[in-house]
Design a protein around this ligand. Structure first.
Ligand code: TYM
Length: 336
């Protein structure tokens, strides 16, 4: 019998709590696409997390279909990957409960994302928002993920996941794999086009601050033209002194596949206007084939449902194995 080494397991997801943005693509999805051939990969629609802030049901449903179609249009292969909705696999909520019993209040109180979201004007603070990182840990640990490709803003959540896995294993033996974050060197934190010291975010009240993967070319050009840049006129990569220009250079570098020093040389003697237009053009050109594929995929919700059903079936079978071990470790009676 030929023994083949198990491939490393990758798991990640995005909350359908707003539009899918170029920042999600750059920070996370582009690595998902790159890893799908070499890793055993699971990619989720993180719908249970999305309801930690209020959602309109019809909008959420439509957005979930948009997300699956965009995952596929951006290059994820439904055959190679397990693509599923978090709410279709009840083991996530079940393991989340168990892990709650191993998480200290202080650990969650320290989470910067919770502090940010809960201190926003008019924020509705529910227990789910507070407990969010524990459910995220459950998402990851259920599948024994080895790598979690995310943007820099998820690093703290990954550290908690690792701590919980280590704490649990210490008590019960090697139940969970301790995962590693997989954060890109460039583009781990794409900034708002309107306030380049803040991260680009789907929950930003100003649509000018972000670029959606489905924004039309006109809208993309308009948003980049209105992007806030810095004082001076030199086009130089310097995130401290020139956060706006550096953010545009990062985006242009990724979407045109050109190194930043080459871009700095290219823009010598040119003004911010040229940088904005050329960044817009690179993003528009990159998104055009994705948007075209999206239109065809999105038109067939039945086919998207089939992909999710298939993914959920495979995910459920794997998640159950871990959950049984966790229940058994606690002395819960076996289910017959
Ligand atoms: P979410 O939905 O906020 O973001 C999805 C992914 O996009 C990355 N990201 C960014 N990357 C670069 N620049 C930005 N401005 C930027 N904004 C967002 C995020 O880091 C993330 O990788 N908690 C997660 C969802 C989640 C998850 C999981 C992820 C739930 N369970 C299990 C991985 C594994 C979140 O809210 O991502």
């Amino acid at each position: 019998m030929v023994m083949t080494a198990a491939r490393p397991v990758v798991l990640s997801g995005i909350q359908p709590s707003g539009q899918l943005l170029i920042s999600h693509y750059v920070g996370a999805m582009r690595n998902w696409v790159a890893m799908q051939d070499t890793h055993d990969s699971l990619f989720m629609l993180v719908d249970l997390h999305a309801i930690t802030v209020p959602q309109d049901p019809a909008t959420l449903r439509a957005r979930c279909y948009d997300f699956v179609a965009l995952y596929l249009a951006a290059g994820l292969d439904a055959q190679k990957n397990t693509i599923f909705a978090q709410s279709h696999v009840s083991a996530h909520a079940e393991l989340g409960w168990i892990l709650n019993c191993y998480t200290h209040m202080g650990e969650l109180e320290r989470m910067t994302q919770f502090k940010d979201k809960s201190t926003r004007a008019g924020a509705v603070i529910n227990v789910g928002l507070f407990d969010y990182p524990v459910l995220m840990a459950a998402d990851i640990l259920l599948y024994q993920a080895t790598h979690v490709p995310v943007g820099a803003d998820q690093k703290q959540h990954l550290e908690l996941t690792r701590d919980l896995a280590i704490r649990f294993n210490h008590q019960y033996g090697e139940v969970f794999t301790v995962p590693e974050p997989f954060i890109p060197q460039t583009g781990a934190r794409i900034m708002s086009l309107q306030e380049p010291t803040k991260k680009m975010s789907k929950s930003d009240p100003s649509a000018l601050s972000y670029i959606g993967l489905l924004d039309t070319p006109d809208v993309i050009l308009k948003k980049f033209k209105k992007a806030v840049t810095d004082s001076g006129s030199e086009i130089r990569f310097d995130p401290e002194e020139k956060p706006g220009v550096s953010n545009l250079l990062t985006l242009l570098s990724i979407f045109s596949n050109t190194e930043i020093p080459a871009l700095e040389r290219h823009f010598e003697g040119q003004g911010y206007g040229a940088l904005k237009v050329q960044t817009a053009e690179a993003v528009i050109a990159f998104l055009a084939p994705i948007q075209e594929k999206f239109a065809a995929l999105r038109a067939d919700e039945g086919a998207l449902d089939d992909i999710l059903a298939d993914g959920a079936g495979r995910a459920r079978a794997r998640a159950e194995v871990t959950l049984r071990r966790v229940y058994d470790a606690h002395g819960f009676l076996p289910r017959r």
